[in-house]
Design a protein around this ligand. Structure first.
Ligand code: HEM
Ligand code: HEM
Length: 197
């Protein structure tokens, strides 16, 4: 279905940038955590778990916001293959921001570890205890993290291509909530009565 929205809504933009910072922090915390055997490991893990569960909750809120405020359509002159790549990578990012925390939670459950979000807040297990499942989920958590990082790099590259090379308003629709460049021109020509279509 084609969206009539001209730009991203304020809640969508706030959630996008807040979650981008949280997800990037989580990737670096995760890598720092497994690379550290000092007492920092314990400290990083104590941050990693609640931050990861917060991402899971915000991802659900974000999907609800997206349903209520559909995103603006991509520029009409964007090649079909680039539109397809944009939509596929956005959905992959949504899937990964839901899957990563769920896998982390399920992995600790399968390992029989208590999933503590603070000294007193304990989440229930979501997976039966199984050493084999723990090993599989532990690997999945690492591989999906790598996939998330690579998808993020491609996504950021595409955003900068829109912002610096095509200058088509896609980046500013997410940064400042401005109308897409093409839409702006269209409404200006409409207002001035110079639209010859
Ligand atoms: C968006 C959410 C998340 C991201 C991006 C993320 C990312 C990562 C990364 C990059 C690693 C290091 C993987 C490696 O190199 O082997 C890691 C490890 C880990 N994560 Fe997550 N994670 C997320 C959510 C969670 C959640 C919600 C939990 C638990 C409730 C969790 C528990 C763990 C544990 C236990 C480890 C292994 C620590 C160790 O072996 O020392 N993660 N995570
Ligand atoms: C881990 C970090 C990030 C994640 C998970 C993420 C995720 C997403 C998702 C899921 C969308 C689709 C929104 C929707 O249709 O509902 C999106 C759109 C967008 N993101 Fe990101 N993003 C991240 C970082 C960034 C960065 C660093 C930039 C800029 C350099 C950026 C620029 C954009 C732009 C311009 C759009 C709009 C694209 C369009 O209109 O099709 N994002 N992002």
């Amino acid at each position: 279905m084609k969206s009539d929205a001209k730009t991203f809504s304020l809640p969508a933009r706030i959630l996008h940038w807040l979650m981008a910072a949280m997800i990037l922090a989580m990737l670096f915390i995760g890598v720092g955590m497994v690379a550290s055997v000092s007492e920092r490991h314990e400290w990083l893990l104590r941050v990693h778990k609640p931050l990861g569960i917060a991402i899971l909750i915000l991802a659900v809120v974000r999907l609800a916001v997206r349903l209520r405020h559909p995103p603006p359509a991509l520029p009409a002159d964007l090649p079909a293959v680039q539109k397809l790549a944009a939509h596929a990578s956005h959905w992959l990012l949504y899937i990964l921001m839901l899957a990563m925390p769920l896998i982390g939670w399920a992995m600790l459950s399968a390992g029989g570890y208590p999933v503590m979000l603070s000294d007193s807040l304990r989440l229930p297990p979501i997976f039966p205890t199984s050493p084999v499942a723990f090993a599989v989920l532990r690997h999945m958590h690492s591989w999906f993290a790598m996939l998330l990082f690579l998808t993020f790099l491609a996504h950021m590259g595409a955003a900068l291509y829109h912002g610096l090379i095509r200058r088509d308003g896609v980046l500013s629709s997410m940064v400042r909530g401005e109308k897409k460049a093409g839409e702006e021109l269209y409404s200006l020509t409409q207002e001035a009565g110079t639209d010859d279509s």
